[in-house]
Design a protein around this ligand. Structure first.
Ligand code: HEC
Ligand code: HEC
Length: 110
């Protein structure tokens, strides 16, 4: 292969690499936002209609990253009542087993 062919090839693969890692850089640091969770009929407990993508999946962390959740109180209730630092502490110590305490079983048989 001569250099005239190699250079565009290198440029193309650099662009692909930039694309892949670029996505990582712009990862959501604002946290996930589904609005006021308490506004839905079952409140914090998730039901199939509001969780079509994650329904019946036990591995919450496959899709929800710890650092992106419970970052902002969007419930319109006082911070003392929602106590997100407290929520984060429970999640930190009990991991995926804690989710069911507040969000229900997500359709997963317990
Ligand atoms: C396959 C990916 C996936 C898995 C696994 C998953 N989720 Fe989700 N979750 C989502 C997506 C995407 C949304 C946004 C709503 C939708 O499209 O389902 C969401 C939304 C939510 C919400 C906000 C719902 C609302 O009221 O708007 C909560 C709470 C939640 N997930 C908790 C959990 C818990 C707890 C688990 C594990 C038991 C879990 N998720 C597993 C992808 C997932
Ligand atoms: C002690 C109660 C509690 C536990 C345990 C808990 N959550 Fe939450 N979660 C909340 C509250 C309260 C909110 C609403 C925060 C807000 O105003 O957006 C919330 C919101 C969420 C949201 C919506 C995005 C957001 O940040 O508001 C997701 C997704 C979520 N929780 C996933 C999980 C997963 C996954 C677990 C288990 C690892 C978990 N939660 C454990 C109380 C809890």
């Amino acid at each position: 292969m001569n250099t005239k062919r190699i250079i565009p090839l290198i440029l193309a693969s650099t662009a692909i690499v930039a694309l892949l890692f670029g996505c990582g850089d712009s990862a959501d640091i604002e946290g996930e936002d589904y609005g006021n969770l308490l506004a839905s009929p079952a409140g914090l407990v998730i039901v199939e209609e509001e969780h079509p993508t994650g329904w019946m999946r036990a591995q919450c962390f496959a899709c929800h990253e710890i650092r992106n959740i419970h970052t902002e109180n969007r419930t319109h209730l006082p911070d003392e009542e929602i106590d997100l630092p407290g929520v984060r502490a429970i999640v930190r110590t009990q991991g995926e087993a804690s989710c069911v305490l507040c969000h229900g079983d997500n359709g997963v048989p317990q």
